[in-house]
Write a protein of this length. Structure first.
Length: 294
């Protein structure tokens, strides 16, 4: 059961507002509508105090926003170059549903949590020289949300000003830690997500199909990856979701095997490279998480 906490604005304390994970679909929609409209009342655009530290291949972004309990983002890179607090280009701000209009794929089934209407932006400056290969792991940890085993929180990502998409590969306790892998950056938010997992799986398979067909991938690599993906899809269609996930392990391993040789796998701040391998690894890992919910 998911319990979402709302701040009591008169006392500064907290009250339990609703447990929505086990409600009928129609009632869930009404509850989400409530989250949507109450979130409209939150102040928007407030910029955060952001402190960035770097240790080896990991950057920690600690975010301070008025009324928001502790938040940190951890970014772990594979073979980064020029990773510094300045080269990361981290910032954060409060957002509202109005500021996200046109950016959510299914707005009727997605909502900002009442206690965590926060968007973190990673926009490395072009002259900062940051680069890495394959996928970076992104983890958002906040005490403003409460974890439960059947929670509905998901980590979403979007290009600057673009449409958000689910990148979740795990949701863990402490209080809530959402994580995923990505081949690039910029905007990250945690959403309450009621999109049916079978529908989301279809969309994620479709994305992987299209991205695997990218002309920049060599014919040999494409042939292997398409076979891996077709094998996973066949298991999914047969209702064997555990096997579908296992076959995606093979797909991810083959993406890494071809990385830099048959599949472009480098990202850099100049924005002149298409890190296809990072996108494929991140999307496949997120699909595995979605399949685990089936």
């Amino acid at each position: 059961m998911v319990v979402v906490m709302a701040r009591d604005c008169t006392s500064g304390g907290r009250i339990v507002t609703n447990a929505i994970a086990m409600l009928p679909s129609a009632l869930k929609a009404l509850v989400l509508a409530g989250f949507f409209w109450v979130a409209l009342l939150a102040p928007a655009g407030a910029n955060a105090q952001v402190v960035v530290t770097v240790n080896g291949n990991t950057a920690k972004v600690v975010v301070g926003l008025p009324g928001i309990l502790y938040t940190e983002m951890l970014l772990t890179f594979e073979k980064p170059a020029n990773l510094t607090p300045q080269s990361l280009g981290a910032s954060a701000q409060l957002v509202t549903p109005l500021s996200l209009v046109g950016r959510l794929p299914e707005p009727g089934l997605l909502a900002l949590p009442l206690t965590y209407p926060v968007m973190i932006k990673i926009a490395p400056p072009v002259n900062g020289g940051l680069s890495f290969i394959n996928a970076a792991t992104v983890e958002v940890h906040t005490h403003a949300l409460i974890f439960s085993l059947d929670n509905l929180f998901r980590l979403y990502k979007a290009p600057a000003g673009g449409t958000f998409f689910d990148m979740t590969q795990a949701v863990n306790s402490g209080s809530v830690r959402t994580s995923g892998r990505t081949g690039g950056f910029s905007d990250f938010i945690v959403l309450i997500d009621l999109i049916p997992n079978d529908e989301k799986s279809e969309d994620q398979f479709a994305y992987l199909d299209a991205r695997t067909a990218a002309p920049a991938i060599t014919n040999n690599a494409r042939r292997v990856l398409q076979a891996d993906l077709a094998s996973s899809r066949a298991a999914f269609d047969a209702g064997n979701y555990a096997l579908a996930r296992t076959r995606l392990d093979t797909y991810i391993a083959d993406v890494r095997k071809f990385g830099g040789k048959g599949v472009p796998n480098k990202w850099r701040a100049k924005g002149d490279l298409d890190n296809i391998a990072g996108d494929l690894i991140g999307a496949a890992a997120s699909l595995q998480y979605t399949l685990s919910k089936l």
